[in-house]
Ligand binder design. Structure first.
Ligand code: ATP
Ligand code: MG
Length: 539
């Protein structure tokens, strides 16, 4: 049976302001951004009964859409299942592209007819015929709708997760003119829920020469930076260059690391002036990943590059802003999660990128735990309790085989123990949740560590005055206000600036980590007493 569900499509825009809003509040949003560029596909053949680009507004560089086992290349008018072209009539193909472009949204019959037959009057029956052909081509059996659901009397909605990926032009001459994105890491998994973020970032990049994507560990900064760079491969005459600072440990290695990525011999004195003079007339984008642990050295180097090499643009990622001249900070929020709702269907849940990610990662390892209407509320709960953080969701999905979905929910109170066993090929700090948080914790001063672990006593949101009342010692040390300010900057504490009174919270995973530190410090009892006394005094 086809499902006919209607979802709200309004809600708040993505939070791209200077400070990431309260992550828990993200679960209440209904605006969802379900796709973004990522990955790439090879065009093997063109299966078409219409000329190139007859879908309205299709450009040669338009992204391809990946969903289930299929890739749809609008410009080449090509639908592939794996590597095999799928036979599809031209109208059915146009319907598919129109639905993919508005995936997750209701597309009315009139809209579809206007899109597919722009200059002709046609009966609704025609639409039904081609829709049936499309469903047959996608092997949607009677009674199942993996991809397209009918909203009775109104239209259709594309419900499966979709990711956008580079659609490689078939002609070699076109390929030859595109500079390669040197060294950009290739991702073999789809990316979910970042198309709005990538779109605005790319709109800002020509004017803002230096943008830093900032956010907590594992929120997806590298993923978004790489997807953004891939999407504009070709915009820079001297190409795009990727520098991974995560592989160096000392600030002194920053210059050499950049030089190596650019193919410049790092040996010899005065490296920075040499770098600047080499790049002076170059027009390129530098993607500089993982800046937080060598922040002063890289901030200084970027500043000098921006002054001396006027056509160089920088896209950096860091858990903390670099705070150098010309920097434009974009905070990356977590992925949207479904709000709490007992009767959430699988189709509804799948419109949220956090769920799409979880489902994608479990189906990679375990087909037995497919999403269905029974387990959809549990999956939504997992995503919510992990605050929509992609790395945590990936790690959780990896534990489904051992514990099942219900078992996973039962163990979420102990995320530090539960969330381990990341991909063997992932960075060491992404193998477990605690390794990911250790990386940030190592960069904190002693005073910041004390404040962080004491803030873990708050189970939810708190105000600055509550934090000061509970986390400071009698002599007022450490300075809780200062500690909170720098922990917010370092993405260890989340600030919600939407009300007059700023509210703070720790992501659930950060809190679990900090609680472990609080317990190990021997301060847990005294902090619990202070917290209880403060709560009583507020009543
Ligand atoms: N939107 C997304 N869709 C699918 N997977 C994602 C998404 N965002 C992140 N991931 C995955 O989550 C993991 C962590 O992402 P990423 O490495 O980009 O985080 P990060 O913010 O750069 O972390 P760190 O601060 O440790 O460098 C990766 O395996 C990545 O592929
Ligand atoms: Mg990263």
């Amino acid at each position: 049976m086809e499902v006919g569900v209607v979802f709200g499509n309004g809600g708040l825009p993505e939070r791209t302001d200077k400070v990431m809003a309260n992550a828990a509040a993200a679960t209440a949003f209904t605006a969802r951004d379900s796709t973004a560029p990522g990955g790439s596909v090879e065009s093997r053949a063109i299966c078409t009964d219409a000329p190139h680009g007859s879908v309205r507004g299709v450009e040669p560089n338009d992204a391809a859409f990946a969903f289930g086992p299929y890739r749809c290349h609008p410009y080449q008018r090509l639908l592939l299942e794996g590597e095999t072209p799928v036979r599809l009539g031209s109208r059915a193909f146009d319907i598919l592209v129109a639905l993919l472009r508005k995936r997750g949204e209701l597309v009315s019959k009139d809209e579809l007819i206007a899109e597919v037959w722009p200059d002709t009057f046609v009966e609704e029956g025609n639409l039904r015929v081609h829709m049936t052909a499309l469903r047959r081509a996608l092997r949607e059996q009677d009674g199942t709708s993996r991809f397209i659901c009918t909203v009775p009397g109104r239209g259709y909605r594309f419900i499966a997760p979709v990711s956008e990926c580079a659609s490689r032009p078939a002609a070699a001459s076109v390929l030859a003119s595109v500079p390669s994105a040197t060294g950009l890491p290739v991702s073999v998994t789809p990316m979910f829920g970042r198309s709005d973020f990538v779109r605005t970032l790319l709109a800002q990049l020509p004017a803002q020469r230096f943008i830093t994507i900032v956010g907590p560990g594992g929120v997806g900064k590298t993923r978004v930076a790489v997807a953004s760079a891939e999407a504009i491969n070709g915009r820079y005459a001297d190409g795009i260059h990727f520098v991974n600072l995560g592989s160096i440990m000392r600030a002194a290695e920053v210059g050499a690391s950049l030089a190596r990525a650019l193919g410049i011999e790092p040996a010899g004195g005065n490296l920075v002036p040499r770098l600047v003079s080499q790049l002076m007339h170059r027009q390129m984008l530098l993607v500089i990943d993982n800046c937080e642990h060598v922040i002063e050295a890289i901030a200084d180097l970027i500043e000098r590059l921006l002054v001396g090499a006027p056509h160089v643009h920088v896209l950096a990622t860091s858990r903390e802003p670099l705070r150098s001249a010309g920097e434009w900070v974009r905070r990356l929020p977590p992925l949207y999660c479904p709000p709490k709702c007992e009767r959430l269907s699988a189709a509804e849940a799948m419109t949220y990128p956090a769920v799409q990610l979880f489902v994608d990662r479990i189906s990679a390892s375990d087909e037995a735990h497919a999403l269905n209407d029974d387990n959809a509320p549990l999956v939504a709960e997992i995503c919510r309790r992990l605050d929509g953080m992609p790395l945590a969701i990936e790690l959780a999905a990896g534990r489904v085989q051992a514990f099942g979905i219900r078992g996973l929910v039962a163990q979420l109170n102990e995320p530090m123990r539960l969330l381990s066993g990341g991909r063997r090929t992932a960075d060491a700090r992404h193998q477990t949740l605690s390794a990911m948080l250790d990386w940030s914790h190592r960069m904190l001063s002693e005073a910041e560590r004390v404040v962080l672990r004491r803030l873990a006593i708050f189970p939810g949101e708190f105000t600055l005055s509550a934090a000061c009342a509970i986390a400071a010692d009698a002599g007022g040390s450490p300075s809780v206000a200062e500690g909170i300010a720098s922990l917010v900057s370092k993405s260890m504490v989340i600030a919600d600036l939407t009300d007059d009174v700023v509210r703070y919270c720790l992501l659930a995973t950060t809190r679990a980590y900090a609680l472990g530190k609080l317990s190990a410090s021997g301060e847990l009892d005294i902090l619990a007493r202070r917290h209880a006394a403060h709560a009583r005094s507020e009543c």
